[in-house]
Design a protein around this ligand. Structure first.
Ligand code: ZN
Length: 479
């Protein structure tokens, strides 16, 4: 059995040796994705898509609970429409894929394959909002978008990816600000309470904000290798897009006013975060609340009489309580154990002839590898409780890791030292000057992640230039 186990595990590189290769190995071996034919595209396989579906469904519920309706807008954007908001088109132009022909015929106007759909919603709103009675408009769509990326990695940066994009229009700036906050909180709740990923909420600097936005707020999280990942963003547009697209309404006094807009998005990128926050050298670890399979039954000595029957009974008994499956294939148990670990099922349930005699099973936690003998009669209570413990433990572990990987720095020397010794989040005071931000980025590839809502005063002066500090900023190298 040992040699078979080894064979399986050897398929993934240890994360300490080569984190990037570890990531690629896990993505492949856990059967999440395969590479598409066009560079930078990916095929989401059944298991990868099942995890994404659970993330998507949880988020979709929250989007609807907060009063939004789902819609489906077209894939194509006429070039002239994309060019209407100047900052926006400049931000996206380098990544746009264009359709130039329909059959053999050259099109009179090029069509962009949506990199994001702000302009389509703006055009629609300009035609469909007339009065204050038409507001607010609270739309969301689940869609795939295309961005022609130069370097790509599954989930993290792909030329085509899946996401949701919310687009809303409001009567006032304050209402739009409230919406922007609300949706960031929805993302934070999803990340922390479903994906067990602790996040830092804050505002992006001017340099890092969305092209065309008044401001952008973000949730940022820390990966196992000390790199940060932006997991979801929410943008307040003010009336910038409304002015470019002439989206006006008549207020209660009959005066024409511009609407105030927001947009917010969360993509399959969060799957990358899930892998890199919780995964280990045995493979993927999926938090129970979004795991397609929360418990996998592995029968031991299944050829012996009664074992499979009992295992199937167990599955049927628990199927209403947890998402449970059974591996009754003819592979060796050791192989099945490894597969359970690679796929990151939160709990493995072992049941063999001796267990049946004692009316018990063995529960093995994926997160800690701990074993526990539980009476079959107690399983309906114990198993859901164990899943909750695992969910909490994953969050606690990720938070402890983030704290370990967070360093306060007060000078560029301290920043460079931290990058060498303990790369992660660098908390530092900043003067607010883009020149410092540029310099830091150029010299160290570190970018500002966010100006956290929870501010601390760590020093009086900017860690880069020594001038008077304005705000505390989280900095990091990022995906
Ligand atoms: Zn400075």
């Amino acid at each position: 059995m040992m040699s078979k186990n080894k064979q399986f595990v050897e398929k993934i590189t240890a994360m300490e040796d080569d984190f990037a290769q570890w990531y690629t190995d896990v993505v492949k071996q856990a059967e999440l994705v395969d590479y598409g034919l066009v560079r930078g595209t990916m095929i989401m396989k059944p298991y990868g898509f099942a995890i994404w579906e659970n993330v998507r469904d949880a988020l979709d519920r929250k989007i609807k609970e907060t009063g939004h309706s789902n819609v489906a807008f077209p894939l194509f954007i006429p070039e002239s429409l994309l060019e209407k908001e100047k900052d926006h088109v400049e931000g996206f132009a380098p990544e746009v894929a264009w359709v130039t022909h329909g059959g053999d015929e050259e099109l009179a106007e090029r069509l962009a394959i949506r990199p994001t759909s702000e302009v389509l919603f703006c055009d629609y709103y300009s035609k469909n909002i007339h009065s204050y009675r038409d507001l607010p408009k609270l739309y969301n769509q689940w869609a795939n978008v295309v961005r022609w990326e130069k370097t790509t990695r599954p989930f993290l940066r792909s030329s085509e990816f899946h996401w949701q994009e919310g687009h809303t229009a409001h009567a006032t700036d304050e209402e739009a600000a409230k919406e922007t906050d609300q949706m960031l909180n929805v993302y934070a709740d999803l990340a922390e309470n479903y994906l067990a990923i602790p996040v830092i909420k804050g505002r992006k600097t001017e340099m890092e904000k969305f092209a065309g936005a008044k401001y952008t707020i973000t949730i940022e999280c820390m990966m196992h290798d000390g790199k940060a990942l932006q997991a979801g963003t929410s943008h307040h547009f003010g009336s910038g897009f409304a002015e470019a697209f002439d989206i006006t309404y008549l207020d209660k006094d009959g005066k024409s006013q511009f609407v105030h807009q927001t947009s917010w998005g969360l993509s399959t990128r969060i799957m990358g975060a899930l892998i890199m926050v919780h995964g280990d050298n045995r493979g993927l670890v999926v938090p129970p609340r979004i795991a397609p399979t929360q418990a996998m039954i592995v029968p031991i000595a299944q050829h012996k009489e009664g074992v499979l029957d009992k295992a199937y009974d167990l599955r049927d008994k628990l199927a209403d309580i947890v998402r449970i499956d059974i591996d009754a294939s003819d592979k060796m148990p050791g192989w099945k154990f490894n597969e359970c670990e690679m796929k990151g099922y939160p709990v493995r349930i072992e049941i063999g002839p001796k267990d049946i005699e004692k009316n018990q099973v063995v529960l093995v936690r994926r997160d800690t590898n701990e074993k526990e003998f539980v009476s079959i009669d107690e399983l309906e209570v114990r198993l859901p409780a164990l899943l909750e413990e695992i969910q909490q433990n994953l969050f606690d572990k990720a938070l402890a890791h983030r704290n370990e990987k967070t360093t306060v720095v007060k000078s560029m020397d301290e920043l460079e030292k931290a990058l060498k010794e303990n790369p992660g989040f660098l908390k530092a005071m900043w003067c607010g000057d883009e020149a410092c931000e540029e310099k830091i980025k150029e010299e160290t590839q570190v970018t500002s992640r966010c100006i956290p809502f929870e501010q601390e005063k760590l020093a009086d002066t900017c860690f880069c230039c020594g001038k008077k500090a304005k705000e505390m900023v989280y900095w990091a190298r990022a995906y």
